[in-house]
Design a protein around this ligand. Structure first.
Ligand SMILES: [Zn+2]
Length: 176
């Protein structure tokens, strides 16, 4: 799992591991790895798939500065509305007070949408990138101070690329 919930959802079908959202079991495992409530999540899997497509498109819009599709904004807005705390009156200690009430059943998708909304308001487009490994489908947000990260992770793709270029160099030397 990376740094942001919404980017982790976009990355939930890595080429090397398969699609976590293809089965209820995989979806539960993904939710637990993301630290989200996996209870009663089965019914949400189709919406999770749709949200992943929406967020993947929004990733490209943020990265390139292009205008998002209204339907994609609407999908995120619906989830934000579903997860937003509602003010409620309650009688406490002989007085009326206002309490914040979190709607039940908003669940993990609302949390992912909230993470995206929070991110979208203050991202740096140039730091949104695709992994430099052409066989890798993952995206990331580069939080390194110098902003020169090229791989989804050093372990998964960075080292592989190093080994490959080392091999290429070695074979070039031996052939030469
Ligand atoms: Zn990668």
């Amino acid at each position: 799992m990376g740094s942001r919930l919404w980017i982790d959802l976009v990355n939930s079908a890595p080429a090397a591991l398969g699609d976590f959202l293809a089965t209820d079991d995989g979806w539960h495992r993904w939710l637990r790895a993301a630290g989200l409530d996996a209870g009663a999540a089965d019914a949400m899997r189709p919406q999770a798939l749709a949200l992943r497509e929406t967020l993947a498109r929004l990733f490209e819009c943020l990265r390139t500065g292009s205008k998002p599709k209204p339907a994609d904004i609407e999908r995120v807005n619906d989830l934000l509305a579903a997860g937003a705390p509602q003010p409620r009156l309650a009688w406490r200690g002989g007085a009326l007070v206002v309490e914040e009430h979190r709607p039940e059943g908003a669940g993990p998708l609302a949390a992912i949408a909230a993470d995206f909304a929070d991110f979208a308001a203050r991202h740096e487009p140039a730091r949104l990138r695709h992994c430099a490994n052409p066989e890798c489908s993952l995206v990331f947000y580069d939080t390194a101070r110098n902003g020169t990260r090229r791989w989804c992770s050093m372990a998964a793709c960075g080292n592989r690329s190093k080994v490959r270029s080392h091999r290429l160099r070695a074979s070039a030397v031996s052939e030469g």
